[in-house]
Design a protein around this ligand. Structure first.
Ligand code: DCC
Length: 178
């Protein structure tokens, strides 16, 4: 499997994909503020720093928010490397170690394969370093959709704002107004 010819190359920092995304958006104060960059092959590297806003038990990250971080990191491989709109159909997480407030998860997510509309990806999150202890593993199944998925089910006004913001970006983007 190869990245899409227009995919950003290894080392490219990836911009937030939507300002109000809970995973990566700058406009969501308590969001995860995940930052990502393209790795080699079909890999995207992401970091998520756990703050007090992300707690489940005192001092520890909420498992649901960790799952959110992996949804974002896995989805980023699909959106950026395949440049296909897709939504999460299934997300599995294995929580192997507690993730304390103040720690940073280093997530390496990779595309594993495509079968028709189904796109498989997996990821590992390590504590505080790329070679730190594994805290979380995840696997996702994404399903390719066309943009009518978002116009039919989403907020058309917000989608228009999103489209305009992406159009203003210098890098080549998907045709999101087919
Ligand atoms: C640069 C930008 C960066 C972009 C970076 C983006 C990062 C953001 C990441 C966050 C992404 C999200 O959270 S997205 C939000 C959460 N997800 C959703 O809201 C999705 C809600 N679900 C749906 O809308 C729907 O169920 C769909 C679209 C997933 C599938 O419906 P459909 O279109 O009718 O298709 P359907 O025939 O059911 O499924 C197609 C194929 O997928 C399989 N399939 C579907 N769901 C599943 C499932 N859970 N488990 C197993 N298999 C499944 C089916 O068996 C079928 O296989 P076969 O018969 O072909 O073999």
């Amino acid at each position: 499997m190869e990245p899409h010819p227009d995919a950003p190359g290894p080392g490219s920092k990836l911009p937030q994909h939507y300002e109000q995304c809970f995973g990566c958006g700058d406009e969501v104060d308590a969001g995860l503020h995940i930052r990502s960059a393209v790795g080699d092959g079909m890999v995207v590297h992401s970091t998520f720093t756990v703050t007090e806003a992300h707690q489940g038990a005192p001092g520890l990250a909420h498992g649901g928010l960790l799952a959110c971080a992996f949804d974002e990191a896995l989805g980023s491989t699909v959106g950026n490397l395949l440049r296909r709109p897709a939504v999460t159909g299934k997300l599995e997480t294995d929580f192997r170690r507690p993730v304390p407030v103040g720690s940073t998860l280093h997530i390496a997510a990779k595309l594993d394969g495509v079968a028709g509309r189904k796109i498989y990806a997996s990821a590992e999150g390590r504590l505080d370093a790329d070679d730190g202890p594994v805290a979380v593993r995840a696997r996702g199944l994404f399903v390719s959709v066309d943009f009518t998925h978002f116009t039919t089910h989403g907020d058309v006004n917000a989608l228009e704002k999103f489209r305009a913001a992406r159009k203003a970006r210098p890098e080549k983007d998907w045709d999101i107004n087919p």
